[in-house]
Design a protein around this ligand. Structure first.
Ligand code: ATP
Ligand code: MG
Length: 577
């Protein structure tokens, strides 16, 4: 078994596991592990796992768990397994298994040869159940699901013993074997742990550990008609794999006594369960059930719709693995549920893209500008720096000619007070090019819409600087009409209008009707020819964009990943005052 290899990953170009902070901040899980390592518990071994159920695509909350589990293992020279928790054949699919593997890899983690499935342990789990029966610690119960619920009692009242609780070991062994052999109908009988129907913890009131279910499993096919329940499966899978620290979310805190009970009764290797608060993100839902609803009911184009909080959606939107890992580190782990501001996730993304994204010019709402005193058939190659944040990124040539496009909103016939862009008689700078002055506005006779502007340029202002110290306030981006490429640009807003969509009775009631705006007639500079899906750019003044896989040879398609305005940086500045 090999451990995730950081060095190899670095060579391939993606950042190392540790994030922007050079020394990782301490957190309570780290502290526990550190103590355990010091005390030589488990011979100082650290072994974690990420245990998704393959019933949907992974989301940003899972990313936190992945970063935590794989991150801690890497930090302490340990191992982390990827284990599919596949005990629910009716909801699970191979498509989900494949997407989960792709997403974990994309985030930059490597499970080596430790890819496991809970279904690999079905035989062993069955034997553990038999062992419990033999110990008098499990019994076959014939109550219906409704009756079981009724007998369970409430938080205030103790439960009642099932009338089948005192079946003999022999009878239980026989019935359980026949459950497995398919003699009984679905739901007609279950195997239950015999613990304590008066326990203050409802999970300890003789929980079901096996149910009868005729469903084809994505891996074991029709081999089984009895399936183990989550609580029974999870602790034993951890134990079988030698997991030392079983990190899970807070809702499992009340299940920990049961986790411990199974392992103690069966006298097997005993991992330690540690709970942390799950990630909640503002304006975002994370329930797989709800995300599935959005997909199935067509509110989004698929699991990887760039508005989805899924890892595949974030990837298509233009998020980088580094930004997500950095975000996970910065939010840390806590013992109490809270809501993280989505602005922090976007901030981490901007920080990363600022370093890596090449600056280019794209006009989203083109307005034609003819420079009357520029020679008709002339083209000039002007020098443009690729990324002022990255000296190694170099520069490129961009063509300039007589007819260009500027942004429609960069011209106002009647400019309001603080409008410093182009207006009749006014002079502005074209980025990387010349100063131009607006001489004439041409309108459509019928509609009155502005169709083009006529300008003059000053040849002495090449590269956007005037020799006589003449100043202009506005700098506009532009593209040369003859040389630019057509593009479709998709702009996104939040998918939900409420900070906490889960608070609504129907979370779909606060879906944002304006979450997607598609601009079909954009123009981008020619250096973008052949840009491949996933590549990142900063469109000057518009934000960060990435190439969508919908792009074809003739038509580039871009997603706006995130705008330039960093609300989080502002919040932070305010806090540091
Ligand atoms: P569901 O949405 O069906 O409740 P789930 O989100 O718990 O499912 P799993 O596949 O069981 O999905 O999750 C795999 C792992 O990811 C678990 O260890 C779980 O605790 C963790 N996880 C899930 N959601 C979050 C979250 N929002 N924040 C942190 N960890 C999470
Ligand atoms: Mg779960």
């Amino acid at each position: 078994m090999e451990k995730p290899d950081n060095k190899k990953r670095n060579k391939k170009g993606s950042a190392s596991l540790s994030t922007s902070t050079s020394s990782s901040p301490s957190n309570f899980i780290r502290n526990i592990i550190e103590e355990d390592v010091k005390a030589k518990k488990n011979n100082g071994r650290v072994h974690t796992r990420f245990p998704p159920e393959p019933n949907g695509y992974l989301h940003i909350g899972h990313a936190k768990s992945i970063c935590l589990n794989f991150g801690l293992a890497a930090e302490y020279g340990g191992l982390c397994n990827l284990r599919f928790d596949d005990t629910n054949p009716t909801k699970e699919e191979v498509e989900y298994v494949e997407s989960i593997k792709e997403d974990v890899r994309w985030l930059g983690f490597d499970w080596g040869d430790r890819l496991y499935y809970a279904s690999d342990y079905f035989d062993q789990l069955y034997q553990y159940a038999v062992q419990l029966i033999k110990k008098g610690k499990a019994y076959v119960c014939d109550l219906s699901p409704d009756e079981i619920r009724e007998y369970r009692g409430t938080l205030k009242e103790p439960g009642k013993n099932s009338p089948y609780r005192d079946r003999s070991v022999k009878e239980n062994l026989d019935l359980f074997e026949r459950m497995r052999a398919g003699e009984f109908g679905d739901g007609s009988r279950v195997l239950r742990a015999k613990i304590d129907m008066a326990s203050g913890n409802l999970n300890m009131r003789d929980p079901v550990i096996y149910r009868i279910l005729r469903a084809t499993h994505h891996r074991t096919g029709d081999k089984w008609c009895v399936y183990p329940m989550y609580d029974f499966t999870h602790c034993l899978s951890d134990s079988i794999e030698g997991i030392t620290h079983s990190i899970c979310t807070l809702e499992f805190e009340d299940h920990r006594p049961l986790y411990d009970w199974f392992l103690d009764e069966l006298k097997v290797f005993h991992p330690q369960q540690i709970e942390f608060a799950r990630l909640n993100l503002s304006y975002t839902i994370m329930s797989k059930r709800k995300l599935l609803q959005l997909v199935e009911e067509g509110y989004v184009s698929g699991w990887d719709d760039p508005r989805m909080p899924t890892i595949s959606g974030l990837r298509r939107r233009g998020y980088t693995p580094e930004s997500i890992r950095n975000f996970s580190e910065r939010i840390g782990v806590a013992k109490k549920d809270s809501m993280v501001d989505i602005a922090l996730l976007e901030h981490c993304l901007r920080q990363d893209l600022n370093k890596r994204a090449l600056r280019v010019m794209a006009v989203l709402h083109p307005l034609r500008v003819i420079i009357d005193n520029y020679p008709e058939n002339q083209t000039e190659e002007l020098e443009a720096i690729n990324n002022p944040e990255d000296p190694d990124a170099g520069s490129r040539k961009i063509p300039f000619s007589r007819t260009i496009y500027i942004e429609r909103e960069d011209f106002r016939e009647d400019p309001p007070k603080k409008f410093f862009r182009l207006a009749p008689g006014r002079e502005v700078r074209l980025k990387h090019a010349y100063f131009i002055q607006c001489e004439q506005v041409i309108k459509d006779d019928k509609t009155g819409e502005i169709v083009e502007l006529h300008c003059t340029y000053d040849p002495k202002t090449k590269s956007g600087s005037a020799q006589n110290g003449r100043k202009v306030k506005g700098t506009l981006h532009w593209v040369s009409a003859k040389h630019c490429l057509p593009a479709e640009v998709r702009l996104y807003e939040r998918l939900f209008t409420r900070e906490n969509p889960d608070e609504d009775k129907d979370f779909k009631a606060c879906l944002n009707p304006n979450s997607l705006e598609t601009l079909k007639s954009c123009r981008v500079e020619p250096s973008l020819a052949g840009a491949t899906p996933g590549s990142h750019y900063q469109f000057l003044r518009h934000g960060y964009f990435c190439v969508d896989p919908d792009s074809t040879k003739g038509q580039l398609v871009f997603n706006r990943t995130v705008s330039l305005r960093d609300t989080w940086a502002k919040i932070e500045k305010g806090q540091n005052k």
